[in-house]
Ligand binder design. Structure first.
Ligand SMILES: C[S@@+](CC[C@H](N)C(=O)[O-])C[C@H]1O[C@@H](n2cnc3c(N)ncnc32)[C@H](O)[C@@H]1O
Length: 204
């Protein structure tokens, strides 16, 4: 067994409903950049559905990148690239000058487990990188109208904030506002299992 491989049990539960949405909203051509890929279990499940288009995973955490690379190598899937070191907050993601033909950015379960500045950086980066018509796909729990949508999300929010006061379940309207300020227009939200949402934006 490869010791670098990390496991996040939630990925086994949410990967099929997420893939169902991705298959519907991802544009018909271009490559997919995943921010905050975590263990890498998602990308080995999603990438084959978009082959031969490239799935480009990334994470700022070196332990996560080692895990993504271990899952990638074991999978033998050809259209997953080696993980990039991208911190959403940074003013450059190190790929802006490259011709990577990225038409989709996927970001799952990050904006509540990072400072609000990561969400701001994500929107700024999506604005820099996506072409007109490109898609930003977000997944996670959200408050709506300032209110939690389920008691489980409220206790999750409290536990996040107790770990780091800068973390916490975001208000959907706030996320839409910062996205639209960057020209990423809200397209739709999709109710997902366990009180999560898929939230889809399209670059103007
Ligand atoms: C809860 S994990 C989610 C991982 C994976 N997407 C999943 O759903 O299993 C949060 C991930 O966000 C990453 N992360 C935290 N802050 C970040 C930032 N500023 N930019 C990019 N990724 C970040 C962490 O390294 C971690 O891998």
């Amino acid at each position: 067994m490869n010791k670098s491989k990390q496991y996040a049990p939630a990925t086994q539960r949410n990967r099929e409903p997420i893939l169902e949405v991705l298959l519907r909203v991802v544009p018909p051509s271009g490559n997919i950049l995943e921010l905050a890929s975590g263990t890498g279990e998602h990308c080995i499940f999603f990438a084959p559905a978009f082959s031969p288009r490239q799935w480009i995973p990334s994470d700022p955490n070196p332990i996560a990148r080692d895990s993504i690379e271990a899952w990638r190598q074991e999978s033998l899937i050809k259209n997953i690239q080696s993980p990039l070191n991208i911190n959403a907050e940074k003013l450059s993601w190190g790929l802006e000058e490259q011709q990577l033909n990225i038409t989709t950015i996927v970001n799952i379960n990050m904006i509540h487990i990072s400072a609000w500045t990561a969400c701001l950086g994500l929107m700024e980066g999506a604005k820099r990188i996506l072409p007109s018509g490109g898609i930003l796909y977000l997944y996670g729990p959200y408050k709506q109208g300032g209110k939690h949508t389920a008691p489980s999300n409220e206790s999750f929010d409290q536990s996040l904030r107790s770990q780091n006061p800068e973390w916490g379940v975001r208000n959907l309207e706030d996320v839409i506002k910062v996205a639209e300020d960057k020209g990423l227009m809200f397209q739709e939200k999709v109710e997902m299992p366990a009180n999560n949402l898929s939230v889809i934006f399209q670059k103007q």
